[in-house]
Ligand binder design. Structure first.
Ligand SMILES: [Zn+2]
Length: 485
């Protein structure tokens, strides 16, 4: 079955009841163009020993399983990797692990949690016996949120991770080779050509780059814009602010990932840029973890990654919010078992109404360590500041900023950096920023405003709306759980 047929069969099976629609052919290139790029991409991957196409076909066929069968398959894949990891990875053969898992390594509940520090300091012990680093793909996370991590992936695992990236896009009728404006990732000309992508670097979205992106949308009518929420939001806000006939630049789909997605971003992206926004969730260490279906749920890609939720050091109750702990089921070169990703979320106790068998991840929040302090000493998750931006209409002084960064200087004082393309009235801006921060952080909060030409993104192109002077706050302890709304 070709991917076109697969997409069509998805359309038939899961239907258009939940907002799914057929890919718009006139925009984004025709069927031949997509088939050409897809064949080139899958062919090159096959030559490199990465059977992305074959793995995608498995993933597609597993969509047709019912919930119980899918769960059994995911469990079987989990037990296989646990057995291999316990026998073939030096760290898991050490006393610290053996004393927990020796009696039954296939029981995940016995396994200790693995920290980011373990991955950094004991990386070599996590490499399976017989794995040759020179033959493995090193994936590194950016250093901006702490010390960088590096995970080595074997070829089949790389193929599984790409298959898990592209398979859920078929749920929306988006095939590999779909004409795409990409605001994230690699600048490799060859890679972008093969994947039919136009790449705009998101590390610094200057007006010139945003204008170039708009010109591309206008001239080439891509079917998809794909980037981090903050980068795609900047483009949407730019289109909105420059007062164009917005329909001329609308794309059928926008896919975002790599950062927390805020409601205000979603609203503006849908208003100015894309008809349908698709959220995805993953990380360097695990690859893709969850993807949004046409019904709007984030489905855990549970045949690739096993997800658990922990609260106060123990497994959370069904539906309870807590720390995400993940086990990679595909990377046998460096199997990460019960790895504390550092993000927060909940596993929904109910399946999705779309009928897909994968479990549903709910209430996803960015890094657990991203805590800021209110004036009364309470610690809350910094993303609550991003949520608060929802209250600022785009024609208000703060809402018209191209970017905003809240930086905590001490318990009472905050510096707010703002980037504007058109500067608003200073007094009104100060009043709005002060009111917002006092409302979120307490009445004694003092704010200092600085209007700058550019607020830098992280080298990876990512952006967060808040930071604490001196870098990320310390890792979460049970006493430091953020207050959740
Ligand atoms: Zn669903």
């Amino acid at each position: 079955m070709t991917n076109v047929e697969i997409a069509a069969s998805h359309e038939r099976r899961f239907g258009g009841d939940f907002g799914s629609r057929k890919a718009r052919d006139p925009a984004g290139g025709g069927r031949f163009e997509r088939a050409f790029h897809r064949a080139m991409y899958l062919g090159i991957q096959r030559l490199r020993g990465r059977p992305v196409g074959r793995w995608m076909q498995h993933l597609v066929s597993w969509d047709a399983l019912d919930e119980a069968r899918y769960a059994a398959l995911a469990r079987q894949r989990l037990e296989t990797v646990l057995e291999l990891a316990s026998a073939g990875v030096p760290l898991y053969r050490s006393c610290a692990w053996r004393k927990h898992i020796a009696s039954d390594p296939r029981d995940i509940a016995r396994w200790p949690l693995l920290d980011r520090a373990d991955l950094i300091e004991r990386k070599n012990e996590l490499l399976a016996y017989g794995a040759v680093p020179a033959l493995l793909l090193a994936r590194r996370s950016s250093a901006s949120t702490g010390r960088p991590v590096e995970v080595l992936w074997d070829r089949h695992a790389v193929a599984w991770s790409w298959a898990a990236e592209y398979h859920p896009m078929l749920w929306h009728g988006l095939e590999i080779g779909t004409r795409t404006l990409r605001l994230w990732g690699s600048a490799s000309l060859i890679e972008n050509f093969v994947l039919n992508r136009h790449f705009v670097p998101a590390d610094a979205l200057t007006p010139a780059r945003l204008e170039a992106a708009v010109r591309y949308l206008d001239a080439f009518r891509p079917q998809l814009v794909w980037g981090t929420p903050s980068a795609v939001h900047e483009l949407a806000r730019y289109i909105g602010r420059t007062g164009r006939a917005e329909d001329a630049f609308r794309v059928p789909y926008v896919k975002v990932g790599g950062e927390q997605l805020y409601r205000f971003q979603r609203d503006e992206i849908v208003r100015h840029l894309g008809e349908r926004l698709i959220e995805s969730y993953g990380c360097t260490e695990m690859g893709p973890i969850a993807a949004e279906c046409p019904a709007g749920s984030l489905h855990v890609l549970a045949t690739n990654v096993h997800v658990e939720i922990f609260r106060d050091g123990a497994p959370a109750r069904p539906g309870e919010f807590g720390e995400i702990v993940a086990t990679n089921l595909v990377n046998r070169a460096m199997p990460l078992v019960r790895y504390r990703i550092g993000d927060l979320g909940a596993l929904s106790p109910s399946p999705c109404r779309c009928g897909r068998p994968q479990p549903v991840l709910a209430a996803l929040r960015g890094r657990a360590a991203d805590l800021v302090t209110k004036t009364d000493g309470t610690r809350i998750h910094g993303s609550i500041l991003g949520d608060a931006l929802q209250r600022c209409p785009s024609d208000s002084p703060l809402g018209s900023a191209q970017k905003v960064l809240f930086e905590q200087l001490d318990r009472q004082r905050w510096k707010v950096r703002l980037e504007f393309h058109r500067r608003p009235d200073s007094a009104a801006l100060e009043r709005q920023v002060g009111d917002l921060l006092r409302d979120v952080l307490g009445p004694g909060c003092q704010t200092e405003i600085e209007i700058v030409a550019r607020i830098a993104r992280e080298p990876s192109g990512k952006f967060r709306y808040y930071k604490v002077r001196g870098g990320p706050s310390r890792p979460p302890e049970s006493a430091d759980r953020p207050t959740l709304h």
